[in-house]
Design a protein around this ligand. Sequence first.
Ligand code: G3P
Length: 219
Amino acid sequence: MKFFVDTANIEDIEKLIPTGFVDGVTTNPSLIAKQGADMAETIKNICSIVNGPVSAEVTATDFTKMLEEGEYLASLAKNVAVKVPLTIDGLKTCKSLREKGIMVNVTLCFSAAQALLAAKAGASFISPFVGRLDDIGEKGMDLIEDIVIMYENYAFETEVLVASIRTKQHVIDSAVIGAHVATLPPKVIYELYDHSLTDKGLKAFLDDWAKTGQSILPK
Ligand code: G3P
């Protein structure tokens, strides 16, 4: 499973890069707005420190302008994946950008029907928002399962990129189902490390080791 980091905060990304767990980054207009910095500069900076796909989202809603924005975003760096919303114009834009060899991440997906259309439009990635489905009492993970099955049935090359992840259980469930990518807020990545028994066990090891008076490195 690939881990993308779901943030536009360059410092948060820089801190995570040494872990080796940054296979890409996803941004959206809200995450960009949160940084209060120039969008193009932010995307270029992220692309300069991350080797994998970096999603940058169009904000136009009509095909002609979406295509123009998408080509501009793709020109910012070779690893930009253009994000388009799952609308008729968004999927038309997806088709056109893919025909130009540009990576496309189709976002704001909330149903299997939408995911089927995105794969048929040639999307590089589909972003189903599991947290927001949970928020309205649905089971976001059921959607992930349906999409993975559908895509396997027809050998679609579109990668399932689980988004709107709020908990480490979302990550585990996505991996068990077989999603290709999970895009994680930085805090969720750090939560993946945590287990009380690890802390307890390490403390016990170190306490016992201290009693020996020894050190690993020769004096
Ligand atoms: O990648 C999409 C993600 O940023 C949305 O997350 O928590 O606002 O639903 P959330």
